[in-house]
Design a protein around this ligand. Sequence first.
Ligand code: GLU
Length: 315
Amino acid sequence: MSRTTRAPRAVGAPRAPRALCALAGLLALLAAACGKEGSPPRKGPAADKLPDYQVAQGFSLPDSRTWTRARKRGHLVVGAKEDQPYLGEKDPATGTYSGFDIEIAKMLSASLGFPPESVRFRTIASANRETALQNGQVDYYVGTYTINPGRKKLVGFAGPYYLAGQSLLVRKDEKDIHGPRDLAGKRVCSATGSTPYQRIKADYPKAVLVAYDTYSICVDNLLTYQVDAVTTDDAILIGYAAKAPGELKVVGRPFSKEPYGIGVPHGDNALRFALDDALRAREANGDWKKAYDATLGLSGVPAPHPPAIDRYPAS
Ligand code: GLU
């Protein structure tokens, strides 16, 4: 798990000196990440299992200012996560990104006429997604990004391409937490600017919320007994649990609907509609399922039917 985005902003005060916690967290993660023989697990699926996306020839989208700018630049810049197993992960040794979100980004780039291997990924944390799209730091964003009415006022969304639900991650020895109602008086960690953070704050005010920029820092805190639970989408938590099966487990049933969209700059309807069309075509030709099977499917959850695309009117 990467630690490059470490910028803690705890709501509650930590119970041990921060440097000590960081060291303990690192040791726990190293222990969790090491295989039986002491070798770190391979990051992401084997390259030969990943689909090859056919690049659209002669594709042009002059009505999209984002596409036109990328064409002049010569490549797409796509925002993503770098510390979410099976979804968006960056190999610290090679800088390569992998996971289901990364595959979605690549298959869509191919439909827009850009070779997938030319995409430049940029890590953007949950709280910074809208600004990154508004400032043109990224052309589009694929990173467990829930479509909701509040965000639609700030950015556009193609998709959804996947439906997740909020859930809870706890330590294996946890006996008391089975669902969000059990969080009263418990320290629960989530990412700043995320929908799971907002839901706990609004609906479970007795929980003691702790917020960091990334979920991997929350997981460090869980492994070192600084918090009692981590909350975000099941798809994300399943990945962390799979990386540390001896230490962590996902409990209860999902208690929200989190439809994942592709974030685009607000008002670039041409790009949004082109991405909707591209997604529909990639679902129909089997690329979506192949990508799922080679990434998120490795967590053991069989491929669901992709959710219906919500092609809402130009805004
Ligand atoms: N899907 C939720 C959200 O967009 C949580 C995951 C995340 O923070 O990326 O806020």
